[in-house]
Design a protein around this ligand. Structure first.
Ligand SMILES: CCC(=O)SCCNC(=O)CCNC(=O)[C@H](O)C(C)(C)COP(=O)(O)OP(=O)(O)OC[C@H]1O[C@@H](n2cnc3c(N)ncnc32)[C@H](O)[C@@H]1OP(=O)(O)O
Length: 296
């Protein structure tokens, strides 16, 4: 009986993304049609097979990398591609031309500024960003320049946030008469606690690298400026400490952390046992045993 429960918990956490995906497909069809009308920019994905690192680029520099409707749809496609990348270990999310992302494209927003479409757009983006956060890859938001509004929310859908020395994260929603709707508030509370989240949202406070580190929103400050072109290399260097070893082991690590973060303790323990079963006696485990390592 316990084995059946354990298997169903694992199936649940591993299939969560697909479930979310199919729910989105049914309920978000009408908003897809509206979003695809608002074109401009692109979301690009480059998978580096050798390092196991993918780079996801939010690319709309003429609008400070704001998300047009078509870019929202493209983001979902890119996340789908990453979900099936079995050789992958990590993904870096960044913006083109030295800016992170200025949120949703205000031109598209104006055209769907009614509660029904707003809620559908939020549902669509919440699903995509939840799937991004649940990828079995270690995800990093590289914040060069500004991450505003939905851009700030996007940073919270990654496991880690790195910032260049001139980076800023700002939940400007209150200034727009809004609250976050892409899941950014729920995730922010879990990252920095409810006191800090309340301060950041109600004050629309600018988070610079020092303040970000102080409240735990920023994991590392990279000593380079945005637009210099080497921030990506710095981010890859920072990531390298966490992705040594084979992809199945890195992905297993991420899966046990996701289950610990999202499931009840009992369910997380069951999932952990099952994920353990996928690596125990596996090639990396047998190789390590043969080497008789000393962890000095
Ligand atoms: C989910 C909820 C949301 O995301 S609501 C959207 C929240 N975001 C915003 O309100 C951002 C508004 N924009 C700004 O505050 C400024 O443009 C920022 C990003 C600070 C950049 O300032 P600055 O360096 O002076 O450049 P700029 O204003 O001249 O902008 C360059 C061009 O980019 C455009 N732009 C910028 N952000 C957006 C956006 N979110 N949607 C659409 N367009 C945007 C500006 O309009 C400007 O375009 P143009 O050169 O005037 O044609």
């Amino acid at each position: 009986c316990r084995l059946i429960q354990s298997r169903s918990a694992v199936r649940r956490i591993l299939q969560q993304n697909r479930t979310v995906c199919s729910k989105t497909t049914v309920s978000a069809e009408s908003i897809r049609e509206k979003l695809q009308v608002f074109t401009g920019g692109s979301v690009e994905l480059q998978k580096q097979q050798q390092s196991g690192i993918a780079v996801l680029t939010v690319n709309n520099p003429a609008r400070m990398n704001a998300f047009s409707g078509s870019m929202m749809l493209e983001l979902e496609q890119r996340v789908c591609e990453l979900e099936t990348w079995t050789e992958g270990k990590a993904v870096i999310v960044h913006g083109a031309a030295g800016a992170f992302c200025s949120g949703s494209d205000l031109n598209a927003v104006r055209a769907i500024a009614n509660p029904h479409d707003g809620m559908k757009m939020c549902e669509f983006m919440q699903n995509t960003l939840t799937r991004l956060l649940r990828l079995p890859l270690i995800s990093v938001a590289l914040v060069e320049g500004r991450a505003l509004g939905g851009g700030a929310e996007l940073t919270t859908a990654c496991d880690f946030r790195l910032m260049t020395s001139d980076g800023v994260i700002q939940f400007v929603h209150k200034h727009m008469g809004l609250v976050p709707g892409w899941g950014g508030a729920a995730r922010l509370v879990r990252i920095v606690g409810s006191q800090n989240a309340l301060k950041l949202l109600s004050g629309a406070k600018k988070v610079d690298p020092d303040f970000g580190k102080q409240i735990g929103l920023v994991d590392e400050v990279l000593h380079c400026s945005s637009g210099e072109g080497n921030a990506l290399a710095h981010a890859e260097q920072w990531l390298s400490q966490f992705i040594k070893g084979p992809a199945p082991v890195i992905q297993a690590v991420k899966k046990v952390v996701i289950s610990g973060r999202e499931l009840s303790l009992d369910e997380a323990l069951q999932t952990e046992r099952s994920v353990f079963g996928t690596v125990w006696g596996g090639p990396a485990n047998l190789e390590a045993l043969a080497l008789k390592p000393k962890h000095k």
